[in-house]
Design a protein around this ligand. Structure first.
Ligand SMILES: NC(=O)C1=CN([C@@H]2O[C@H](COP(=O)(O)OP(=O)(O)OC[C@H]3O[C@@H](n4cnc5c(N)ncnc54)[C@H](OP(=O)(O)O)[C@@H]3O)[C@@H](O)[C@H]2O)[C@@H](O)CC1
Ligand SMILES: Nc1ncnc2c1ncn2[C@@H]1O[C@H](COP(=O)(O)OP(=O)(O)O)[C@@H](O)[C@H]1O
Ligand SMILES: [K+]
Length: 499
């Protein structure tokens, strides 16, 4: 599923009309029908509806839906119109609904609170993708009353009014919807917070947009279907060397646990061989969890430059290298990181402490950086941009550095600057030390099986998040740990494989 900006949506709308002859009027009628269909599935004819509409095409969709309901015998409908600048399609819909003898238009006055609190269902068609600048005061007030006085279900048309469709940001105030019915495809504002939360359950009504037009967007949502298609095959006539060789360079005397989670992640996703090399000894904890992991300790506190000689054979043999979890950030260790990256031509997953060396690294497309919010903010070296709300800056950075980035957040951005994927699986069970280390190992385990770094990152992010959802449904988000998630990875895998 492509994720669109409002500009892209408008372009698709225009092309649908100009190149395919399906005009906006038809699309608006279809939008109305899809809202109508969703409503009749869930509400009886005696339901009290309040349509709160602006005067743009978002409001026009609302008028079409209201008229279809009215025509079908839903008679407890009130419509309130906020604003004056009626779009042409809005005007036309207003004329049509009047021809159906609908006349229950109410004014915005002191009784509005009462209308809101007595409605079983409120339809929000104030503003869609046409939001400009800050919300006008009156609109803020209307939204405030809806959010604070509603008793019934709130359904937003296209996007909750007040949410910017390109960023998910709130403009002064926004409708808190239980459900949002959007058209054609998701908009970015649906998947970035707070828009994601304000949208409630999102339903995509396809309308008659030609599917090919969506590929003008280079951004997609990671879905179970996509993951299923990308999962590496495991042909019967195979042996361990066919599933790749993961080398993990991680850990230090200070942070012994991180490397274990990465190694377990790589093994549990199906890598043929996983070799973990740590400076200090932690053999008992690795081997207790996964005796199949090959483990070597250099018997020192942290990696330094001269260790390259000792592990050079391992580096050459590796089909993918993980470097970073729990390494520490001393100068010697950062020098070690730089040299490993220069020495190897294999794909490398650069995570955690190794990200501190990013400026000095010779990056390339098959190097994937996996920063969390703090690490990303530091990498891009600017406080002026809130990196969580500026996916395009992450894209720009990836393109500029010629690397692949997995920017880990509640909505994870996976990008090489040309294509971008957003993952929205997961919950706060993952907001715990160690989840990222596990992810890194899963990415590497998938690269080892022949996937490119983008494909591996897409699958790993989806499975990590989905497993967290499955496990926490049973154990709660409080209790679930990265190790629980590692051990239950098969549940998300089975779900995808059997879908
Ligand atoms: N292919 C498609 O995309 C399809 C799109 N369709 C639908 O069209 C919608 C887009 O319609 P659009 O372009 O007419 O803009 P829209 O969202 O109604 O916003 C304009 C209204 O908002 C108001 N307003 C704006 N800013 C404001 C502010 N700060 N504070 C207060 N008010 C503000 C503005 O008021 P004004 O500034 O003019 O006074 C005006 O009333 C789209 O979301 C979808 O629902 C469907 O029909 C199916 C096909
Ligand atoms: N609330 C959340 N919802 C979804 N995913 C989350 C949430 N919190 C954290 N995550 C995910 O969990 C992982 C945490 O990574 P990170 O912060 O690097 O952990 P650590 O470095 O401690 O191992 C990332 O993949 C991130 O996307
Ligand atoms: K809306």
């Amino acid at each position: 599923m492509h994720i669109l900006t409002k500009e892209e949506m408008k372009k698709i709308d225009k092309l649908t009309s100009e190149e395919y002859g399906i005009g906006s009027e038809i699309l608006m009628e279809q939008a109305g029908i899809s809202i109508y269909n969703e409503i009749i599935k869930n509400f009886k004819k005696n339901t009290h509806f309040l349509f709160v509409l602006g005067t743009g095409n978002n409001g026009g969709d609302g008028l079409a839906a209201a008229r279809l309901l009215y025509n079908e015998g839903y008679k407890n409908l009130k419509i309130i119109i906020i604003g004056n600048n009626q779009s042409n399609l809005f005007k036309k819909q207003l004329e049509i609904i009047k021809k159906f003898k609908f006349d229950n238009f109410i004014k915005y006055d002191k009784n509005f609170e009462n209308h809101v609190s007595t409605a079983d269902c409120i339809i929000d068609g104030l503003i869609g993708i046409g939001l400009k600048d800050d919300l006008k005061e009156e609109t803020q007030e209307v939204i405030n009353i809806i959010n604070s006085k509603k008793r019934g279900i709130v359904i937003s048309i296209d996007i909750p009014s007040g949410i910017d469709a390109n960023t998910g940001k709130i403009s002064k105030n926004a409708i808190k919807a239980d459900k949002t019915i959007t058209f054609g495809s998701y908009k970015l504002g649906h998947i970035f917070f707070p828009g994601r939360e304000y949208s409630g359950k999102i339903i995509v009504a396809p309308l008659s947009f030609p599917k090919d037009l969506f590929s003008l967007s280079h951004r997609e949502l990671v879905t179970s279907d996509m993951v299923k298609k990308l999962l590496p095959k495991r042909p019967k006539f195979s042996q361990k060397y066919d599933f790749g060789n993961v080398l993990i360079l991680a850990g230090s005397s200070e942070f012994p646990g991180a490397s274990v989670l990465s190694a377990i992640g790589a093994q549990k996703i199906g890598a043929g061989l996983v070799k973990l090399i740590t400076p200090s000894s932690l053999s008992s904890s690795v081997l207790e969890h996964e005796p199949g992991i090959i483990y070597k300790s250099l018997n020192k506190n942290k990696f330094s430059l001269r260790d390259i000689d000792i592990i050079s054979k391992d580096i050459k043999k590796a089909s993918v290298i993980v470097i970073g979890p729990g390494l520490g950030r001393s100068n010697e260790t950062m020098q070690f990181v730089r040299n490993v990256v220069e020495y190897s031509t294999s794909p490398i997953v650069v995570d955690a402490d190794a990200l501190y060396a990013v400026d000095a690294l010779a990056l390339r497309k098959n190097i994937v950086l996996t920063p969390h919010v703090g690490e990303m903010q530091r990498i891009v070296r600017t406080d002026e941009i809130d990196i969580r709300q500026n996916y395009d800056y992450t894209e720009y950075f990836a393109k500029n550095k010629k690397a692949t980035i997995v920017f880990k957040d509640v909505t994870t951005t996976i990008t090489n600057g040309e294509k971008t994927y957003f993952n929205i699986t997961g919950n706060t069970a993952l907001s715990k030390g160690g989840s990222g280390d596990l992810l890194t190992g899963i990415i590497a385990g998938l690269i080892a099986q022949g996937l490119n770094v983008m494909e591996a990152s897409i699958i790993a992010s989806y499975l990590l998040g989905r497993t967290a959802e499955i496990v926490s449904a049973e154990k709660t988000e409080y209790y679930t740990t990265p190790l629980d998630i590692a051990k239950n990875l098969y549940k998300a895998l089975l779900e995808v494989i059997n879908a």
